[in-house]
Ligand binder design. Sequence first.
Ligand code: ZN
Length: 493
Amino acid sequence: MTRSPIRIAVLHFQHETVTFLRNDTTIDDFVYPGSPARGEALLASGPKSYMGGFVQIAREFDGVELVGIESPLWPRTGSGSGWVTQDAYETFVGRMIAQIKAEGPFDGVYLCVHGAMAARGIPRPEAELARGVREVVGPREIIAATFDPHGNEDEAFLRHADLAFCGKYFPHYDSHLQGERAARTLVRAVRGAYRPASATVKVPIISPTVVQWTGASPWMDLVQRALTWEAREPDAYVNVYFGFPWSDVPDAGMTVQAITNGDAALARQIADDMAHYAWQRRETLLNSTRVHTIPEGVALAKRALATGETPVVLADHSDRSGYATWLLREIIAQELENTLVATIADAGAIARLDGAAPGDAFDMAVGGSADESAGEPVRITGTVRNALERSGQRWVSVDFGRGNVLVISPYLVQIMEPSTLTDAGLDPASFKAIAIKSRVHFRRGFDDSGFARTILLVEPTEPFLGAVRLDALRYENLALRAFYPYGNPRFPA
Ligand SMILES: [Zn+2]
């Protein structure tokens, strides 16, 4: 039996927007060599991620044609920028929709989105993208998407699209897998073998990203419960969006979603169960990850050094600029030894260190001052250890104190893998403690890999942007009191 060929349009539009940062994300931030991408270049972007999984499986089917619609890749600012401007959003979406119209008809569309994009003037950017695509492809064509678990979503997206697949783990180990599932289910739906029925429930819980690590209960249990539903019920897909609280948007907070093959009642049952399960555990969800004050964390690190529970990772999860010096200052004050601090961002210091060579004397105040959450510069005296170029950036490391090394970089660096340090000419295994800037992603290389014996998450005593005290932020598009733990919402409402 021969089947008619299937044409699928493939789009990418992602950002994780910290709306509290002052620098908007502009058209220029999305335009650089390689971005926007179209055709094969788009399909080859992110081979280990959602896009790679989607393309791999779609191409296992005969007669499936993928058309890479011109799409911007991640902005060069990464997640270190604020609101996507309305101009940027409308320009890129307008071009995508025009190309779909010009090159159609299509049987299906794959949207590789994130879920935590925040655009000025567009309250729900991903749902708005799906709405625009629906208008041009027609009511019966299948629209499928993949999401990051930090997506801020509600029922609006599936009003315009048919299928959604959200990563389950944080760190995000299953992005490729979710892309694979999206491709398989999209092709089946186009052929009439999968008829999506869905249910979406908002759970009024808002949490800082640092506590959302799925290596600990009850976040781990929430993942396990979703997997159990999927194993019990063939063709059921369960999405848990943890949410991204640094985006001031109306659909922030936790959301659960279930999709089944034509069984609306089952989708409703699964979504209600998952929501109830999370709500019952709201208190422990917020308290599963212990975050220490910086003085407390450094004292605990000293104790671990004394008892041999090393290496220690001290992770300042709160620093959004990269310039924060609170942890470095405390390491010096408590005379922590054999410690690698990577990194302190300071573009000015890097410029002044042009020409620095190993063995040069070093005496400079570094970091701080980017905003109040970065603290004051800290004076370091020591010896330049090395200076090297890393992906177009110059990093300088300095020996100071008793066996300590400080790495200075021009921008915020989230160290996720020891290999990044090895590439910078350092031997991570030779240090007793490593102080980094990361929330959860570092667990990929330092915790789940078996590298570290002691993991300590720290933040400054003050409730700066990025720290766990969300009530210190000025939200305008949502009421914190409508969410646990800042109010007493009724659930189910
Ligand atoms: Zn994420």
